[in-house]
Write a protein that binds this ligand. Structure first.
Ligand code: FES
Length: 107
């Protein structure tokens, strides 16, 4: 494994696990990573925290950065929101995310 690559597990809506290799040096978000692996994440708003099509649940106990007001506002109006909901487009991939487990929220 290269130093600048981590692994993020995505569980899709059919409960299939996908272990994705994620570069930490490209400024990618989790939404963009999922799209690059052709997982069913629309990313309709292009990562502006305006559509919630990148809604995920955080299953592991990683300490992620706090959501911004924009993310919280969008989650407020999204469906199927839980305590562990995040917007994938707002999660920039960084080395502390090694081993992160996420589940795609229903659409
Ligand atoms: Fe639209 Fe994340 S891509 S809110």
């Amino acid at each position: 494994m290269q130093d600048d690559t981590i692994h993020i597990t995505i569980i899709d809506r059919d409960d299939q696990e996908h272990v994705l290799e994620a570069p930490t040096d490209m400024g990618l978000s989790v939404m963009e990573l999922c799209k690059s692996y052709e997982l069913p994440v629309e990313g309709t708003c292009g990562g502006m925290a305006l559509c919630a099509s990148c809604h995920v649940y955080v299953l592991s106990d990683h300490e992620l950065h706090e959501p911004t007001d924009d993310e919280l506002n969008m989650l407020d109006s999204a469906f199927f929101v839980k305590n562990n909901s995040r917007l994938g487009c707002q999660l920039k991939i960084n080395p502390e995310m090694e081993g992160l487990r996420l589940k795609l929220a229903p659409v």
